[in-house]
Design a protein around this ligand. Structure first.
Ligand code: HMG
Ligand code: MG
Length: 284
């Protein structure tokens, strides 16, 4: 049996948040229910953010209330502040995520705060989560490039990742938000981050704008990273990152990881069905 690679499914959140058509809650629930049968350990399904900023995620509590929870699957939600955290707890999310940025421009555009202010906002979320015994994941966006500030210095990524890790995040997901990273630059970024966060606590979150996400995953695998975020059907983008394409497609990561001799624990047929559903949702 090969080494295990975990794909963290983010399609119902990162994938759908950018869709212009308001997708009916029932369709979102059906997608999550299909994904729940595929063998994932973690699925990001919700986002407790301002509905004015991201209208598509306004029904997050209803999605969490409507899904059929599968044993062994943790259902995750984004929570930018304490209010979001309280919403996630009330909706019975199994884990939450705070999301920061390695670049100032994106931090301001995405969460209306400087990097320093965002860390101040996250601290009480992590403290509340600790009291509630809720795991917290930390995202760092723009680990390669920022749509506003250009290329990101790996030392900045390492600094923000280290802050989130020290705060108590159990895993740091490194976001190539606009998919401009090359394998060489992703490797340099990982080398900087690995000095402050153990590689076993890192995840790669690569958008596929330039078609290099799989190459970036391969270089990360060689570096020892074993968790990758992906979205079925390659859904997605970020409303505050102009030009961001979808996340790398889950089914493509599954195929590549399997070819390389890794186990993903995922059922290819169910992934195929979920990808069809996701693409149909996009077409409306
Ligand atoms: P703000 O304007 O600085 O905060 O927004 P505020 O406290 O002044 O609140 C503004 C309004 O939002 C108020 O409502 C609040 O009540 C409301 P109003 O008075 O205008 O009617 N509000 C909330 N409503 C619901 N839930 C909440 C909440 N908090 C405040 N939790 C805030 C700050 C963070 C809220 C805002 O900027 C926001 O919601 N941003 C959305 C960011 C987002 O969801 N981006 C997409 C996800 S990140 C991503 O995709 C990247 C990632 O995939 C990794 C990668 O690819 O790099 C993770
Ligand atoms: Mg993303």
């Amino acid at each position: 049996m090969g080494d295990f690679v975990e794909i963290f499914e983010v399609g119902p959140r990162d994938g759908l948040q950018n869709e212009k058509r308001q997708i009916p809650t029932a369709e979102k629930i059906a997608l999550v229910d299909c994904l729940s049968r595929a063998g994932f350990r973690r699925i990001e399904v919700a986002s407790f953010v301002s509905p004015k900023w991201v209208p598509q995620m306004a029904d997050s509590a209803k999605v969490l209330a409507g899904i059929t929870r599968a044993d062994g699957v943790r259902y995750a939600a984004l929570t930018p502040n304490l209010r979001g955290f309280e919403g996630a707890v009330a909706a019975r999310a199994d884990e939450v995520a705070i999301f920061g940025s390695a670049s100032e421009g994106f931090s301001r555009a995405n969460i209306n705060a400087s990097i320093a202010e965002s860390l101040e906002r996250f601290a009480p979320v992590v403290a509340a989560a600790k009291t509630a015994e809720m795991p917290v994941r930390g995202y760092v966006s723009c680990v390669s490039d920022c749509p506003y500030d250009g290329p990101t210095d790996p030392a900045r990524v390492a600094w923000v990742a280290g802050q989130l890790f020290e705060m108590g995040c159990y895993e740091i997901s490194l976001g190539d938000t606009i998919g401009q990273g090359t394998p060489e630059r992703i490797e340099a970024m990982l080398a900087a981050v690995a000095d402050v966060v153990p590689v076993a606590q890192l995840a790669g979150h690569y958008h596929d704008t330039s078609g290099r996400a799989l190459a970036n995953i391969e270089v990360s695998l060689a570096y020892g990273v074993r968790v990758f975020d992906a979205a079925v059907g390659g859904l997605g983008g970020c409303p505050y990152a102009p030009g961001a394409a979808g996340n790398v497609a889950t089914e493509a990561v599954h195929v590549r990881a399997t070819e390389l001799g890794y186990e993903t624990g995922l059922d290819a047929e169910i992934l195929h069905d979920a990808a069809d559903m996701a693409r149909a949702m996009r077409r409306g």
